[in-house]
Design a protein around this ligand. Structure first.
Ligand SMILES: [Zn+2]
Length: 303
């Protein structure tokens, strides 16, 4: 599944969401172009209460109103800021046939460690291998549902730990987020899910939670799709090895500690001082004098 498809699921067709919304008696016929009316100019930060009035966006004015057509309760979700996972800084290959052989770094222990990371970066779906690479960072989301947006989509108070290299996805603490659940749920439900971050979306809706009941406005929030990850167990590990041997194109991205290139692991660089025997030592800024650097490494698995 790719990000576009997930966003399509999240956003779905305007007419469908309008029909199935909890408020919904009205079916809006606003053109798809109206969904881009949510201007990306406004800042995303701020609490809902603080940002809501400022972010108020007029309802799509695409068609003239009739007498019984005053209230627009349609839900419009559009991508606001796409997820841009950082590219791995470097790539390396893990060759199964070299495993546990003298002189090679490939070991069973290392493969198991990499598999554990691999399992957390794959979502179980209907693809031929039974799973595919997650297009966003996976994190564990605690939630409390605030409003039903239709089609298993919810506005929720949520909390999640940071994810990704250098915490690309910042942690959420009592933060409003948009969730696409895999089963129907109801407002007030609380729970925990394995969520794939699919970027920030702009949600145009009519709030029905206090103190904003009846207010129509746009929120820009992180969106998560509920999903299952591969199980990190011996059976999964065995299947993983079989897939590599069968020629599957599999890789995992991990943060690895490497020797700092700039200072060669010393934590400082030298500068010759005129008339002095001893060089001046300049603390290495690249590694904060630790001599080590943490970089994102993509490991490709080959038979
Ligand atoms: Zn350094």
């Amino acid at each position: 599944m790719n990000t576009r498809l997930l966003l399509a699921l999240l956003a779905s067709a305007l007419s469908v969401s309008a029909q199935t919304t909890a408020f919904g008696t009205k079916v809006t016929e606003a053109a798809p172009a109206a969904t881009t009316a949510a201007s990306p100019a406004a800042p995303t930060a701020g609490t809902p209460a603080a940002s809501a009035p400022a972010a108020t966006t007029p309802a799509p004015a695409a068609k003239p109103k009739s007498a019984d057509d005053d209230v627009d309760n349609s839900v419009v979700i559009t991508p606001f800021r796409a997820l841009t996972p950082p590219d791995a800084k470097t790539t390396r290959t893990f060759q199964l046939s070299k495993m546990n052989k003298l002189g090679f770094t490939e070991t069973t222990k290392e493969l198991q460690r990499l598999y554990s990371a691999f399992a957390t970066q794959r979502i179980v779906d209907g693809s031929p291998n039974g799973s595919s690479k997650a297009t966003g960072y996976l994190t564990s989301v605690n939630y409390s549902l605030i409003q039903d947006l239709g089609d298993n989509r919810f506005l929720a108070k949520a909390a999640w730990p940071a994810a990704g290299p250098n915490e690309v996805l910042a942690a959420g603490v009592d933060t409003m987020a948009i969730l696409l659940l895999d089963k129907p749920a109801k407002v007030g439900d609380t729970g925990k899910l394995s969520g794939m971050h699919v970027g920030t979306v702009a949600l145009l809706f009519t709030a029905n939670y206090p103190p904003l009941v009846g207010k129509r406005f746009t929120l820009r929030r992180e969106a998560f799709v509920e999903c299952a990850t591969l199980e990190d167990n011996p059976a999964g590990f065995q299947k993983f090895i079989e897939e590599i041997n069968a020629g599957a194109d599999l890789s995992v991205t991990t943060n690895e500690q490497v020797t700092c290139k700039r200072c060669g692991g010393l934590g400082f660089t030298r500068e010759a001082q005129k008339g002095q025997l001893v060089d001046k030592r300049i603390p290495c800024a690249d590694c904060a004098s630790s001599g080590k650097a943490i970089i994102s490494v993509e490991t490709k698995f080959v038979p």
